[in-house]
Design a protein around this ligand. Structure first.
Ligand SMILES: *Cc1c(COP(=O)(O)O)cnc(C)c1O
Length: 423
């Protein structure tokens, strides 16, 4: 038995499913998850001493690679002053100013502790601002685990979402309307049915939680136009794409301006941070400035802010990273696509910038229904063999691969060699 297997045996006795977040359990893979000891640059090491090239990158935060020296040092330095005060600090002001002065559609911002909280709060303020209740979300888009957002399954448009999870009362999701990603007609139909009651449309500007599904031409622009027409707010959930596709996230990348935006992952550099921000007239409604309540004992935590701000400053000062990530994405994902094509495999390689997913289906993947046509057993085989070759990827067909600045061309070539053998 490996150390990972022994740890998993202990874990399942005391932690539901053995993990503190479901995807970590390797559920669709059928073996014990690797327990991680440490990570550095593009490498991650498990407790059995195996080294892997890591394409999970903590699901995105590690865009500069693991254990980035400047971030580690900023955390150690912040720790010397105490871990938390529950009071206002200078670094929170610096963080807010740094973002608002550099991202044109963010006039004001509020820090929270996770992406889930960021989305939950953005939706509350959108409802408070518009005085309406309905929210349009897309099948296959993940926005954290708050009750109203736990609606995604189902194959088509639904005017009243069915909860995906036990323990979510129907009442919590009856105002969540479900549209089809990349299908602007489905959104228009919901707006018409909703009779002026839509507070907001929330979307992952690049779908990255049904595997990677980029928006088709005109989709985001279409959402902007419909929101304007029906006086609803457009919320980009940039928990993955923020500071990743560009410093200004998907909004900058595609040139479409949301009213509100949510951040997570990269913004905390590995510490638990989320944030929501946007138009001043909307954000001024958040308490104590306004009447939409939202709070957090540990929000804006000084150690977390130190890590996040150091990463954001580094990214802003080194924006060549974004060009490099584009090139690396082209090299890795383009390379994978070429290998699959040469072998005549029925797969789809969806990718954009540093994000990519290899879908085991013959059908183009443009939304949740087409993503679901993938052969998850074939994916599991591929995953296990890649892991044996020393490549650590998300243990699910419906997650992205994350490239970081620490993945060199040599590392990518090594990965492609493994792909060639495994496929
Ligand atoms: C990860 C994620 C969330 C949830 O963030 P947590 O920090 O896990 O709560 C929300 N939206 C998107 C798009 C995500 O990828």
């Amino acid at each position: 038995m490996t150390k990972s297997e022994k740890l998993f045996e202990r874990a399942v006795k005391r932690i539901p499913g053995g993990v503190n977040s479901p995807v970590r359990a390797y559920g669709s893979i059928g073996e014990a998850p690797r327990f991680i000891d440490r990570a550095d640059g593009c490498y991650i090491y498990d407790v059995d001493g195996n080294r892997y090239i890591d394409y999970i990158d903590s699901w995105g935060p590690m865009i500069l690679g693991h254990n980035f020296p400047a971030i580690r040092e900023s955390v150690l330095k912040a720790c010397e002053n105490g871990l938390s005060f529950g009071c206002a600090t200078e670094i929170e002001v610096e963080m807010a100013e740094f973002i608002c002065e550099r991202i044109p559609h963010v006039d004001m911002i509020r820090m929270v502790n996770s992406g889930t909280e960021a989305v939950m709060s953005a939706i509350r303020v959108a409802r408070g601002f518009t005085g309406k209740n309905k929210i349009i979300k897309f099948a296959g888009c993940y926005h954290g685990h708050s009750d109203a957002m736990l609606v995604s399954a189902g194959s088509g448009v639904m005017t009243s979402g069915v909860p995906d999870s036990a323990g979510v009362p129907k009442g919590c999701t009856e105002d969540t309307m479900l549209a089809v990603y990349n299908d602007i007609g489905s959104v228009k139909a919901l707006f018409e049915q909703a009779d002026g009651q839509v507070a907001a449309v929330i979307v992952e500007a690049v779908g990255a939680n049904m595997g990677v599904v980029p928006p088709c031409e005109g989709f985001l622009e279409g959402l902007r136009a419909l929101c304007d027409q029906y006086h609803a707010l457009l919320i980009f959930d940039e928990v993955i794409t923020g500071f990743r596709l560009a410093f200004g996230g998907a909004a900058q990348y595609f040139g479409v301006t949301p009213d509100l935006v949510t951040y997570g992952k990269i913004i905390g550099a590995g510490m638990p941070v989320g944030a929501y921000g946007g138009r001043r007239d909307v954000m001024e409604l958040v308490s104590p400035a306004g009447k939409v309540y939202q709070a957090g004992t540990l929000s804006g935590n000084p150690v977390a802010m130190a890590a996040g701000l150091t990463q954001l400053k580094y990214l802003y000062d080194h924006q060549e990273i974004y060009k490099e990530l584009e090139a690396k994405g082209q090299m890795l994902y383009g390379g994978m696509e070429k290998i699959a094509r040469e072998k005549g495999l029925k797969v789809q390689m969806n990718h954009i910038s540093s994000l990519g997913s290899l879908f085991f289906t013959g059908q183009p993947v443009v939304d949740y229904v087409s993503a679901k046509t993938s052969d998850t057993k074939a994916f599991a085989e591929y995953f296990k063999k890649m892991l044996k070759m020393g490549i650590h990827m998300a243990p699910s067909q419906f997650e992205a691969m994350f490239l970081s600045a620490a993945h060199t061309d040599e590392i990518i070539m090594e990965t492609l060699d493994a792909v060639k053998l495994v496929l």
